[in-house]
Design a protein around this ligand. Structure first.
Ligand code: ARG
Length: 232
């Protein structure tokens, strides 16, 4: 629902999948997290009115594609495949896939999870990584609609491992000590990833958003937001 604001400017709606702390999670009916603060800083700097909605992952991708949404901010990795359909802002965060599993595991590298039940969030880079490892149509891969659902499946024993983004996995392990989870990094198997704000192809706002991103990276705002969510 794009309502015009008091200033008469159009309100741009951004979508997300808000079970991805510390990047996005729900606090009451508000999306909070690194991405929420970053988007807020960027949009203010760009002078654009916006709202940030927990649409869910697939509806976000569909909405940005058909331009019912102005964009998405959800720890979204900039990939060549997505670039065929979407534009992205300048990159704002470095990430990599990691393997989450139960403490006491024998797993040492990605190779070792072949033959195991793997949980991923559907349509994410974790999903792609799993497919690359065990095959596109492998029945060992279970796909979930949200990031939270993958971690639930791991704790329930529905899957033996989850492939997901390192920042989110680290945050989850730290904040759920009773889950007895551990992480296995494998820099040889997983690629470096960079998050960007997802935009419709040819978005008229890309230039303003990129300029604003550069400004907040140079004027200390980015650093402030970073230390709020990743230190202390
Ligand atoms: N970085 C990964 C990707 O872009 C996962 C993002 C998932 N984000 C979320 N809010 N659930 O595919």
């Amino acid at each position: 629902n794009n309502e015009s604001s008091g200033s008469g400017k159009e309100t741009l709606t951004f979508g997300t999948e808000a079970t991805f702390a510390p990047f996005e999670s729900m606090e009451g009916d508000k999306v909070v997290g690194f991405d929420a603060d970053l988007l807020d800083a960027v949009m203010k700097e760009a002078g654009l009115d916006y709202e940030f909605k927990n649409t869910g992952w697939d509806p976000m991708l569909v909405g940005v594609k058909d331009e019912s949404l102005a964009g998405g901010a959800a720890g979204i990795t900039i990939t060549d495949e997505r670039k065929e359909t979407y534009d992205f802002s300048a990159p704002y965060f470095e990430a990599m896939q990691t393997i989450a599993t139960t403490e006491g595991t024998d797993i040492q590298s990605a190779e070792d999870i072949k033959g195991m039940k793997i949980g991923v969030q559907n349509g994410t880079t974790g999903d792609s990584a799993a497919q690359q490892l065990v095959g596109e149509n492998s029945t060992d891969i279970s796909k979930y609609e949200s990031s939270a659902a993958t971690m639930m499946a791991l704790q329930n024993g529905d899957v033996e491992v989850v492939i997901t983004d390192n920042g989110v996995a680290q945050h989850y392990v730290k904040n759920n000590p009773d889950a007895n989870l551990t992480l296995i990094d494998d820099k040889d198997s997983f690629e470096q990833e960079y998050y960007g704000i997802l935009l419709p192809k040819g978005s008229e706002h890309k230039e303003a958003i990129d300029e604003a991103m550069q400004t907040i990276m140079e004027n200390g705002t980015y650093e402030e937001i970073y230390s709020e969510w990743f230190e202390g």
